[in-house]
Structures are given as structure tokens and as C-alpha cells.
Design a protein around this ligand. Sequence first.
Ligand code: GLA
Length: 639
Amino acid sequence: MKNLLVKKAVTGFLAASMFCTASVSGFAGVATPELMKAAAEEQKVIYSTDFEDQDVSAFDKRGENDTTVLSASTDYATSGEYSLCASGRTESWNGPAFRLDDKCEPGTEYYVNAKVRGKYYSQITCSYQYSDSSGDPHYVNLTNGSSGDWLEFKNLKVSFSDDVKDVFVYFEGGSDDIYIDDFSVVEAPVIPIEEDIPSLKNVYADYFKVGTATTTMELAPKSTKNLILKHCNSLTLGNELKPDAIIDREATIESGDFDNPLVNLSSARTILNFAKANNIPVRGHVLVWHSQTPDWFFKEEFSDDGEWVSKDTMLKRMENYIKNVFAALEEEYPTVDFYAYDVVNEAWTDQGTPRQPGQQGSSGSEQSAWVKVFGDNSFIDYAFEYARKYAPEGTKLFYNDYNEYMTGKMDAIVDMANRLKEKGLIDGIGMQSHLDVRQGNDAFPSIQMYENALKTYTSLGLDVQITELDATIQNNSEASFKAQADYYSDLFDLYVKYADKISAVVFWGTKDDTSWRSTQYPLFFNGDYTAKPCFYSIVDGIEYVDPPVTEPITTTPAPTTPTKPSLEVVKMGDANCDGETDIADVVIAKCYLINPSAYSITEQGIVNADVAGTQGLDVQDTIAIQKLALKIISESELA
Ligand code: GLA
């Protein structure tokens, strides 16, 4: 058993979240005022129109079957007299679309801004779409709002990688006319990652892999890639290996052999190519799940209205589907290390019973078509049997679930795991770990409850992985960030304590603004790539050695900082020279490091801010200024 290292709990770092504003629903990241100011100053406007020239030609309807008619209209306008009017819409997906990939660069982030309204009270969604390397379209809702008046969609972050095409933002919802005014696409400033903070994968190298899940869109900006390269040695595809992403309905229908579902990795290629190019081991997620699995997979001839197939037919489909997934991965990505694979996800309720039989669409996504066809949870054993039969030797097979600390579910998982282990079919349990810090001391689950689950699973004689870690907070107050930092610190103490049984700790997402729980700030990095207090709480106090760099990593160069001029410190930490050392100094120092040409600090300010004993102003100084501002340390401790 490895020694338990005691980390310093963070006692009150300034939430670096000062850089974060409230996030919107859906995937989009929202730019902060500082970043928007930088973007505005740099004036990298890609496209901007108030429609006063009555030119709507940059917009189009969404394909041939879309009945939308686009025109300049004086019905409504937020500025001047004209707006764009999308009339004649007959389906909610009809609407005006703006092509991005002929005006924007892959790998760069952009902000989309627009004022939108319906003819009457309407709900309008701004979405994003792209086609993958096989031409299959993908859709992501960026944000939405309802109103009988103008809505402002501001600073919606979009980006795409160089292996996708037909990239659009579009407006949809209802079937009334939609109006758009003051539309713009602005290039976002490039924000480098913090290079001089510890690398999570190096900090925990003696204990377990540190990983993240990501999606094709999230991975597009270079800085996100750099963040993953710096901190992670495990990668999970957030959606792109799920059944709905890889089962190829058209190809199977064309083949006419519905017992042999064909698969297609086109959704997954962007991320898998990144993993391959950078030698990052991959956690496969997921083969058998009730959610994100189309109902037609369980129906005669893959038809939406077909009869449900028999258990015998489904067994053939399941075996061939699993076989085809591993064959496709082996064929296209023989050098990628799929070191773990979630064979079955979320099959047990919190009470430890199988899910209700049903289709995905009915009464939410809690029902299971697997149970509908099999009558019970017996499909689990078959799934593991086939996965064992076809998975490459080095791929460990996992059962994965959430609320994994609830007693009923835990008992069911333990029984199932013991049975599968006896048959040599399972290698590990995945604890998703979607947690909730809440306020004060009522985190759910409590650390004791979570440890109980960890103890239970690690005593099964199987591997354990933390597969989807994120811990939400209620708001972006300093108190919440501190509670989150303390909670994460306690969790990582547990992970280290049980490290001989834990092979990976994987976060569900890279940054708060692109997390599926973005409004609750669950991760370790802010939207501007800066580390949050919870990051420091899990690295502080752990001794580690950075391995020698064997090959150069392509990263955006950190801003150069001038060396200390020969001025004397007037007040330690007082970057803005207002005589005080407070939060404003932290903000100005961070902004300066992110973009020195947009945010200048006087020579005296740099001397005042250069407090950490490092050469020149850097991230260590901003941390030290935070501590000074919050009186965690005194000037004499730094001197
Ligand atoms: C579950 C699934 C994941 C993902 C998250 C939410 O935990 O296992 O694949 O869908 O929910 O994003």
C-alpha cells in the first residue's frame, strides 16, 4: 500500500472564477467580459451585419426540405429599420443558417452574437452543426431562450477541427417567423494554457492515470488540446463511441443482414486521431446502454415502426455489434491503447432492480429497451461474454454506473460483479462519480458514503476506475469554490489511499464552460483555461517529479514577461498600484499574463506583483497575490 500523502486543503483561494460569468444551457462556452473586451479591441470581426443594407445572402435555409424563405424585413429591428426575417417555416428545425467553414479557420475559437425574436412569443434555439469525415451530420444546441420580444444571444463559443465540413450556426424552434438582427462572428482571443502549473498526470503518476472525457467540438481549439496533453494520460470520447454514434443504420439496411449491425467510426475519428497522434490511452465508452441507443436497433429491419425483435435475434445483433466495434477499432486504430472499455453502463436502478422495460422516448430516458427485449438484466452477462470474446487482450472490461454509492445499487453491482468475475468476464468497476458539493457540509455523497462505496468495490478483487468525475457547486462564490476545493481534496486523499486498486481517475470534461453541468462549475479549469482553487487543492503538498520531456509538445507559447526592472517594491502584490493588495490585483495580473498587449501593467505594477520569488511575473505570482489578498499568507512570509 502506498503512503497516504496529506495535501494542504485550500483555505480560501480567490475563485479564479472571477473570469467566469454564468453559463448558458447546452454546450456553448460563454466568453467573459475581459475576453470580450480583448476580442473587441483586437477587432477580428469575421462577419457582422445589422441588415440595414438588406443583404441576407450570407444566410441560407437548412437544406432542400426546409421551407424557410429569407428576406430583409421592417417588421421588427433592434437597430436601424431592418432585420432578417425567416418566414414560411413549417418544421421547428427549419430556419436561417450561417456557414462558418468558408469564413473561419479550423482550430480557432469564435464568438457568435445575435439578437433574435419570434413573430409572437417563441422559444428560439441557436444551434451548431457539422458533418464528420463520412458526411454524417451532428447537431449541438448552443443556447436557447423564450420571449415575445428580442433575446440577445451573446458570445456563444464555436470552433471546429480540420477534419469536419459543412459547419453552420443556425436558429430554430417553433414554426413561427424568426427575426435576427445585429448578427456577428468575432474571432476569440487565443488564450494559452497555464504552462507553469503542475501537470496532473505527473503529480499522480505513481498512483493512477489521470484522464478526461472530451467531445469533437470541445477538442477543436488548440488550447484545449494543449490542456489535455499537459494533464491527461487517458482519454474518453464523450459521445462519439456510443451506440447511436457508431451503429451504421443505413449500411446495415443496405446489407439486408439485420443480425449483423455494421458500425462506422466516423464520429469518433477526430478524437481517436488525436489520441493516436499523441499516444494517449483511451477508455472506450460504451457498448451496451439503455440511453443514446436508438430504438430501431431493437426493432425488425431497423425500422422505427417495426416490431420489437426476439431475445434470440437481439443476442445475434449484440454479439455481431460488439465484434464489429472491436474489429473496426483494431483495423483503423491498431496503435491506440484501448486500455479499458465500458461494456455495460447504468443497468441498475438506485434500488438495485433492473430498469423498467421501454423505449428511450417514452417517459424520459430511464427505461431500457434491453430489458424490454430480454425481460430482465440477463443481457449484461451476454454483453460481457461477447466483449471478452472479441476485445483485444489488453482491454480491461468494465461495468460503469452513477449513484454508485447508493446501497441498493451497490448490492446489485457487487452480486453481478462477483458472478461475472467467477466466469472471468469482468475486470473492473467504473464509478462515474457525478457528485454535488452543495453548500456547507451537506455534500452528496458525503466523503464517508463515497469511501464506503470505494472500499466495497476495491475489495472485490477487481480494478476500479473513477470514470466521469465532476462535482457541482451552487454558484461561483468564493465560499462555493472553497467548499469544492476541500471536497476534491478529500476525494483525492481517498483515491491515493486506495490507489493500489485504482488504475485511473477520469474527469467528465475539460473546463467548466464546456461541461454538461456548466452552470454548476464542476471541473478543475475555468473557461479561460486557468486552474481553479480545486486544482490547487489536489496538487498542493504532493511531491512528484516531472519526467524528462522526450519530444516537444506543440503548445501556444506563454506570453513573455519582462524581467524585473530596477524599481523597488512599493506594496507587495499591488499590481494596479492603487495602494491596496486585493482581488483586483489578481485579475489584472492574470489578464496581463493571458494577453499582455491588451492589458498593460506599469513597470512599478510588475515589480509590486512579482512576489513569488520566481523570475519575472508568472502564474506563481498570481497565486501568491491571491493568498496575500485573502490573507492566507503575510508579506513577511513572502519576503
Ligand atoms: C452518464 C454517461 C455519460 C454521459 C454523462 C452525461 O454519466 O455515462 O456517457 O452521457 O452521463 O454527460
